[in-house]
Structure formats: C-alpha cells, structure tokens
Design a protein around this ligand. Structure first.
Ligand code: PMT
Length: 423
C-alpha cells in the first residue's frame, strides 16, 4: 500500500553480525510489495546464507559466484541489477565496503553494481565504535554523503563485542522508513510543503496536573508518513505522542494549544497543505497554579474555571480566506453524535476544503486504535464514507485526494511522477 509497491530495491549485505537484521528488512520490504534483489558479499556469507534471503524475498539472492554469468540478454548481473534498481540500500555496510565505495573500487558484485547504478544509495553502517570513529571511516562517510548517499545510523547501544557504544545498525523499521523517504523524493509533492498537527495538547492546572484527551498521535503520524512518501517537505507539529515519528519528517514538539498555534503560525507562511489531525484541548484553566495544589487546602470539592483555547485550524482557515497560504486546508472532526451535520458545520465555520469526520464512539475508529472509520466531506458538498481502514491507508487515500485537488487547482502539474498509489 506504500510507495514501495512494485519498486525494485537492491539490498546489499556485507559481513557483519547485523546481517541477521537484514533478513527482517528484506522480509518487511517484500511484505510491502517491493521486489527485493539481495546481493551478499563473500564476507556476508560467513554470517548468513543466500537461502535465508530467497525464502523471504521469493527471488534469487546474488553472490560473487554469479558475477560473471550473463543473463539471456547477455547483460552481466551488475549491469542488469543496476539498471533495474529504484533504490540501493546496503545494510549493514562495513568500514571496508564504505572505504571501497568512497574510493570507487569495484571488486565484487555489490560494489560493481553500486558503481553502475544511477539509483539513490542508502548506507546503514554497523561496526565497533573505534572503527566508526576512526578518521579514515569518518572521511569516507563524508565523501559518500557529499556525493548524495543517505547515511542512516549507526545507533548507540549494545555491540556484538559486548561493549556499549555507537555502532549498532539502525533498526529495520527505521531503514524501511528511510527507503520510503528516498523513494518519495520524486513523488508528486516534491517541492511542496505539508504541515500537519498530531496528538493531544496538555493544558496545565498545576505543575503535575493537566487537561488532555486520549489522542496517541497515530493518525497524524500516518499522515506525515504519507506526505513524506509523496515527496513533500513534511513538518509535524505534535503534542506528547506515544508513536515514533517517521524518518525524514521534521518535527516540532509542543505541549499546549497556544504553543501548537505559535508553532503552526511560524511554519504556515510557506505551507502548501495544512492538515489538522491533532486533538487540541478546547478549554484550559484560566490560570495555572505555580505550585502543586494541596488536597487539604482546596477542600473536598473544588471548582476549576476554564476558558477557550485558540482555534488553530480556524485561524489557518481564515488566513487562507484572506488570500494567504496554504492552498489546501484539511480538518478532522471527532464526533459522538450527528456526525455529518457537526462536521459540515466545522468545515464551513473554519473555512476548510475537506473535513474528515470520525465517529469516535465506534471501537475501531478515533483515539489510540490502529484503524479509523471516516467520512470525507468536501467543500463542494461531496460526502464519501470510507470503510474501516488502517490509519496509514486512510492517510494515503487522503493524500491522493489532496494531490487531486492541487491538480484541479492548477497548483500541481498533471505530469508529475506519482509514486503514491492507493486502492
Ligand atoms: O491520535 P490518534 O489516537 O490516532 O486519534 C486520531 C484522532 C481521533 C485524534 C483524529 O482522527 C481526529 O479526529 N482528530 C481531530 C480531533 C478533534 O479535536 O476534533 P474536533 O472536532 O474537536 O476539532 C475539529 C478540528 O479543529 C480538528 O481538525 C482539530 O485539530 C481542530 N482544532 C480543534 C480545536 C482547537 N482549539 N484547535 C484546532 O485546530
């Protein structure tokens, strides 16, 4: 369902114990519809077998023994693989292979393929800390970065030697995200900026108590991943959330509704699309106690006076009505009754193009769950109920709809390369 579907991914694997995680990465790529061509160096074969990768990819795994065997067209594997690739990732990449690539060496199937391809290159180093920190390795990494390679990790943590330090390969989920980000660079929203709000806000009562709601941030984070996959420069302004933020997305963490408004206004001027998925607290205490309120001082009952928080989406919608950016403004509506009428009223009052209405009483929709059941209402009056779908699919469908709208407005060119599809 993601921009990985149908893409040719070359996964190079070099000799390090992190190889065991590469099999998981290959499996995850295949599950998302990519055609994965794994190339093992002979050192990698000391750690893991070609059979392991073929079992998860359903395809031939390439080794140095295949290097001089042309296919039916007469093309040698490194040329055929290099031409077909949409992206190349080497995970793990050793200090040795980093050095080879930095110097343009081509002495095995993997390095010849990398030299022969025009596809973007992602490198996930894994090695002992001293090897990583060695000036020679750092200089090689600099050289490769300067040539456009995306270097992901290494991370801090437990190393095979038993030591703790920098040198662990980035996790397969992070690498999968990095591949999606890189593939998205040629997507239809390349050169456009999408600003998204996510999660709940917290409105403090005193230093330890606050008003909030159960938003996890899942819906907003899924939207950020979909915008990134479509090539957008993506900014996520989020309250406290309990899901990882997608690779390649710039994040602005905030706590209160006022902070969220300030962060949005600081970003909105050059924004093309604004999507408000955050569950912003509608009310906040009129004053915040400087010290923790004592139960025996406030007494057995206690009245808290609340005031309205700023309406972030309404502010952006009205800015647009006055002729400012963004071009497209999308809201969500979390409702417990009169779903369509309440959402339509918000669409009009806040000056939106689209509103995504959530019936948050349904167990498979709304706060914290992985799915959502929404009805999409357009300014022009179209009302389309969608079935219950995973939140990432809701996000991808919505992005397709937003891209269509930008095209109809003449903002996006019709001939853009669509790498994002939905079904
Ligand atoms: O984060 P999850 O756990 O994945 O849950 C997803 C979600 C239920 C939070 C999400 O799908 C959703 O419905 N978000 C909007 C929740 C909400 O606050 O709805 P509302 O009807 O109260 O607000 C309408 C719109 O105005 C929303 O786009 C909201 O972001 C925005 N708003 C509201 C109040 C305010 N002060 N400022 C705002 O910008």
């Amino acid at each position: 369902m993601t921009n990985l579907r149908g893409k040719r991914v070359i996964l190079g694997v070099t000799g390090g114990i992190a190889c065991y995680k590469s099999a998981d990465l290959a499996s995850k790529l295949a599950q998302q519809g990519a055609q994965v061509d794994v190339i093992l160096t002979s050192a990698a074969e000391q750690f893991i077998t070609p059979t392991c990768f073929s079992a998860v990819t359903g395809r031939q795994t390439w080794t140095d023994r295949d290097m001089y065997a042309p296919d039916v067209t007469g093309a040698f594997p490194h040329i055929a693989l290099a031409r077909a690739a949409d992206v190349v990732i080497i995970a793990p990449i050793t200090a040795n292979t980093l050095a080879k690539l930095a110097n343009g060496l081509a002495d095995n199937l993997l390095t010849t393929t990398v030299l022969a391809t025009r596809a973007p290159l992602i490198l996930a180093p894994a090695m002992e800390t001293h090897m990583w920190e060695h000036p020679a390795t750092q200089a090689n990494v600099q050289t490769l970065r300067a040539r456009g390679a995306h270097v992901v990790g290494p991370e801090l943590g437990h190393l095979a030697s038993g030591a703790t330090g920098i040198g662990r390969m980035a996790e397969p989920t992070t690498l999968l995200e990095a591949i999606r980000y890189v593939l998205g660079q040629n997507g239809p929203l390349r050169g456009y900026k999408v600003l998204i709000t996510a999660g709940a806000t917290r409105e403090p009562i005193d230093p330890v108590r606050f008003i909030t709601n159960p938003s996890s941030g899942k819906m907003g984070v899924a939207l950020a991943a979909a915008a990134r996959d479509a090539g957008a420069t993506t900014v996520l302004v989020h309250g406290p959330i309990n899901v990882p933020v997608p690779y390649g997305v710039r994040t602005v963490p905030v706590t209160t509704a006022q902070e969220m408004l300030d962060a949005v206004l600081a970003e909105v001027e050059d924004t093309d699309v604004f999507i408000a998925a955050a569950a912003v607290a509608d009310f906040r205490p009129t004053r915040q106690a400087a010290q923790k309120l004592k139960k025996d001082v406030v007494g057995p009952t206690w009245t808290l006076t609340l005031e309205r928080t700023p309406d972030i989406l309404g502010t952006v919608g009205h800015l647009r009505q006055e002729g400012h950016r963004p071009y497209v403004v999308v809201g969500f509506a979390a409702e417990t009754q009169n779903l369509i009428a309440a959402a339509q009223e918000k669409l009009t009052r806040k000056g939106l193009d689209l509103i995504v209405a959530n019936d948050i009483t349904a167990p498979d929709a709304g706060f914290a769950v992985d799915t959502n059941r929404v009805t999409v209402i357009e300014r022009e009056g179209t009302i389309t109920p969608w079935p219950t779908l995973p939140k990432d699919v809701v996000a991808e469908r919505l992005m397709v709809q937003i891209i269509d709208r930008l095209r109809k407005m003449g903002i996006l060119k019709a001939e853009s390369d669509d790498t994002l599809t939905s079904e």
